[in-house]
Ligand binder design. Structure first.
Ligand SMILES: NC(=O)C1=CN([C@@H]2O[C@H](COP(=O)(O)OP(=O)(O)OC[C@H]3O[C@@H](n4cnc5c(N)ncnc54)[C@H](OP(=O)(O)O)[C@@H]3O)[C@@H](O)[C@H]2O)C=CC1
Ligand SMILES: Nc1c(N[C@@H]2O[C@H](COP(=O)(O)O)[C@@H](O)[C@H]2O)[nH]c(=O)[nH]c1=O
Length: 549
């Protein structure tokens, strides 16, 4: 509100207002161009950011452009300066991201300073905390006017341009503030929502043009991941056959390791394959894979989150999920999918048992559906490409805590990883998650059972120990009782799959999230733990039902 009032006062003269708006529109269009340029080498620069630079003359003409082609090559700024030559003096340089001049290398900033650039417009600051602000300070110390979008200049059009800058470097921004890589779920489905015929045959649903787009997506990813069943059904290659350098690692998730002896993925002559499996699964087959040069990684708990955390630690920034609906559902439920890309082909295959792109999520009403954000529609040959985000790209304003700092605040959940559902007052939309919600629970007390009018009433009885681990256990048992007693509450809890739950208490820094996210949010964490316990149970009971049938 304060900001709106301020800009009203500044814009009270129509002349100033028009000039400022024109100026902002020009800045926004050049920043967008820098972001587009930076994306030309997406995948090749990893693990470095995508950098683009446009140098414009005072009359608004492009004098030079450049983008970082690959890790270790000449910086975008230096390329743009070279291209602009003498037009650099007094020009404005547009950068989608603050340069990350690191390890004593100041090539990008030096190029701009020495060329006599007068003003620099920066889309976003560098997302890594140790580099953040350094180049901006350096440029300012040389007398260059530096405007950072959202900080020094603000308007709707600039905000949209800033968003483009966040999107082109989404994988790196996620890396800076989360413990899993940026994950994109891609699938091709028929108009009647099938990803294969009832027989499992799926080649091909989407057109050749769409599949070429998939090769590009692979080329921009550090790894492509599928489930064991897709290997058995499709024998995929998962290579980026778009003729441009980078080919992602192939990852297979298989609990059983009941996989074929002959498979395209076991040919690692061009690119490597890693099989992620349950500890102890089919040791003889593991030896066989190793003899083929396939790396096998065993997990105590083979689930998407554990696997993603592992690959994050190995430095993977972006993962393309090309699995079927079974693994896709598991990945969405565990909150590791950030973006969805769906190719919809104008074909109908029918079949009540034909697989669909996302399996069981435990939702029962349309109000529980996950809504995509920033949705885009594009026609690709005969197909329609629909894409959107399941979780927003974390914003860099005001500050993203470093990975370590985040971990200290809350070792189990990172509020930047997914959309956040806040609850606090019992009359809020998710107010029933509050301990004060009027849902009586019946719990053991001494040798008997007693009823308390809410979780909070039970928790406050004097038998609780002040020690954290005991009080957490007491709370968990009470919550479990509450959500098991009231099925509609359980359904509501399951409907939040993929979202971070935060008790928005400004005062309680143990159970709540605090005013500015400084709280430990133990209530939110316990609810998420309970939710994953229920989700685990529902997938086991679904398996048992299908076995019984
Ligand atoms: N049109 C399209 O875009 C696509 C279509 N398809 C089609 O989909 C069908 C296969 O679908 P689907 O069976 O869902 O295949 P998935 O790729 O989802 O594979 C499921 C398998 O993943 C493994 N897995 C490991 N961990 C988990 C976990 N935590 N949760 C779930 N699964 C896990 C298991 O392998 P294991 O049994 O080995 O333990 C499981 O059986 C095929 O017909 C294929 O052609 C597949 C991909 C894309
Ligand atoms: N059927 C289908 C897709 N299927 C996906 O592509 C994989 C095969 O890749 P490859 O062996 O490299 O050609 C397959 O296992 C599955 O993950 N993709 C699409 O874009 N459109 C389609 O119609």
């Amino acid at each position: 509100m304060a900001m709106a009032a301020l800009s009203f006062r500044l814009c009270s003269s129509p002349l100033i207002c028009r000039a400022t708006l024109d100026h902002h529109a020009t800045d926004a269009s050049f920043i967008r161009r820098a972001a587009d340029l930076s994306e030309m080498s997406a995948g090749l620069t990893s693990p470095h950011p995508n950098f683009g630079c446009v140098i414009a003359t005072p009359s608004g003409k492009v004098a030079g452009e450049g983008y970082l082609y690959a890790q270790g090559t000449k910086p975008a700024e230096a390329l743009a300066v070279e291209a602009a030559g003498e037009f650099c003096r007094g020009s404005t340089a547009y950068l989608n991201m603050e340069p990350g001049d690191c390890h004593g290398d100041h090539t990008a900033v030096s190029a701009l300073v020495q060329a006599g650039v007068g003003r620099v417009v920066v889309g976003i600051r560098h997302p890594l905390q140790h580099l953040r602000g350094a180049a901006i300070r350096e440029m300012r110390s040389h007398g260059i006017e530096v405007n950072v979008l959202g900080e020094d200049v603000q308007s709707k059009v600039l905000e949209d341009a800033r968003k483009c800058c966040l999107l082109v470097n989404a994988p790196l921004i996620h890396r800076a503030c989360s413990r899993v890589p940026f994950s994109l779920l891609k699938y091709a489905m028929t108009l009647d929502g099938k990803i294969a015929a009832s027989s499992g045959h799926a080649a091909w649903i989407s057109s050749k043009l769409s599949r070429t787009r998939v090769f590009e997506l692979r080329g921009r990813s550090d790894a492509v991941i599928v489930g064991g069943n897709t290997v058995r059904q499709d024998d995929p290659r998962l290579t980026a056959r778009h003729g441009q350098g980078h080919t992602p690692t192939r990852i297979v998730m298989s609990q059983s390791l009941d996989l074929p002896e002959k498979a395209n993925l076991w040919d690692v002559s061009e690119v490597s394959t890693i099989v992620a499996t349950q500890r102890g699964a089919r040791k003889s087959y593991q030896k066989f894979l190793a003899s083929k040069g396939v790396e096998v990684v065993e997990f105590d708990m083979l689930n998407p989150r554990e696997v993603m955390e592992y690959f994050h630690l190995r430095g993977y920034l972006s993962i393309l999920w090309e699995c079927g609906g079974t693994l896709a559902a598991s990945a969405i439920a565990s909150g590791v999918i950030h973006k969805v890309v769906a190719f919809i082909a104008p074909k109908i295959i029918g079949g009540s048992k034909a697989p669909s792109p996302v399996g069981e999520l435990g939702m029962v009403e349309m109000t529980q559906a996950l809504n995509l954000i920033d949705v885009c529609y594009e026609q690709v040959g005969p197909d329609m490409l629909v894409s959107g985000f399941l979780q927003p790209v974390p914003d860099l304003l005001p500050v993203i805590p470093s990975e370590d700092a985040t971990f200290e605040i809350d070792p189990s959940v990172n509020p930047f990883e997914s959309s956040i559902i806040f609850f606090y007052k019992t009359w809020d939309l998710y107010g029933s998650f509050s301990n004060f919600s009027p849902h009586p629970i019946r719990m053991p007390f001494g040798d008997d059972y007693r009823t308390w009018s809410s979780v909070e009433h039970y928790y406050q009885v004097p038998h609780n120990s002040p020690f954290n681990d005991v009080k957490i256990e007491v709370m968990y048992m009470a919550l479990k009782c509450k959500f098991s007693t009231y099925p509609h509450l359980k359904t509501m809890l399951l409907s939040t799959a993929g979202s971070v739950l935060v008790e928005a208490s400004p005062h309680d820094l143990f159970w709540g999230g605090g005013r500015e996210g400084e709280g430990l949010n133990y209530l939110g964490r316990l609810l998420m733990q309970l939710r994953s316990e229920y989700l685990g149970e529902s997938s086991v009971s679904a398996e048992n039902t299908s076995l019984a049938l």
